[in-house]
Design a protein around this ligand. Structure first.
Ligand code: MN
Length: 212
């Protein structure tokens, strides 16, 4: 079973002015596409060839680095696109909002800590809001294309929200100004989708979410 690149769920210019069309086109059509191509090459004729992506990630320590990098690259980007929206931004509602307030004190405090995690990730990587194995919301960051579903992850859990802080996400418009990109990204967060992911995570058993 070969993995395929889904189209962006919105036109490439939809996120202007926060993320420009040229960045979106290169990011999706070139970078993400390359991860899909190289993932398919890396899993050809292995048992991962018939596995779904989450099962591959949960067992990533069994596979070569090329699978780790490209399975992470494919999964993380696929998720990233769904959590962006031209109608996004603002604040979450419902039980996700309540959980954020309960865990971090307030939305503003959560935003500050998540921003620090995204800006503070040295080099290339991602920052995450996850539901961890204790059922709590937690902020973490990962290097390269690692993610919290991976059995090798330092902090494990189910992803609710994520931001790509590789330079390819922002360099054309923001050059070295990662903080400006992260600040702009808050205007695009698809809180409806994040809330759906949180509800789904709550319904699933923790043991099914995280490989110990
Ligand atoms: Mn990227």
């Amino acid at each position: 079973m070969a993995f395929t690149l889904s189209p962006l769920p919105f036109p490439k210019e939809a996120l202007e002015p926060h993320i420009d069309a040229a960045t979106m086109e290169i990011h999706h059509d070139k970078h993400h596409n390359t991860y899909v191509t190289n993932l398919n090459k890396a899993i050809a004729n292995t048992d991962a060839d018939i596995m779904n992506i989450e099962d591959i990630l949960k067992n990533i320590s069994k596979y070569p680095t090329a699978v780790r990098n490209n399975a992470g690259g494919h999964y993380n980007h696929s998720l990233f696109w769904t959590l962006l929206s031209s109608h996004g931004g603002g604040t979450p509602a419902g039980e996700l909002a309540a959980a954020i307030n309960s865990e971090f004190g307030s939305f503003e405090e959560f935003k500050k800590k998540f921003t620090e995690s995204a800006i503070g990730r040295f080099g290339s990587g991602w920052a995450w809001l996850i539901k961890n194995s204790s059922g709590k919301l937690e902020i973490c960051s990962t290097p390269n294309h690692d993610n919290p579903l991976m059995d090798i992850a330092e902090t494990k859990g189910y992803p609710i929200l994520l931001i790509d802080v590789w330079e390819h996400s922002y360099y054309l418009k923001y050059q070295n100004r990662r903080p400006d990109y992260v600040a702009a990204w808050w205007n695009l967060v698809n809180w409806d989708e994040a809330a759906k992911r949180y509800s789904m995570a709550k319904k699933m058993e923790t043991k099914n979410l995280v490989t110990k």
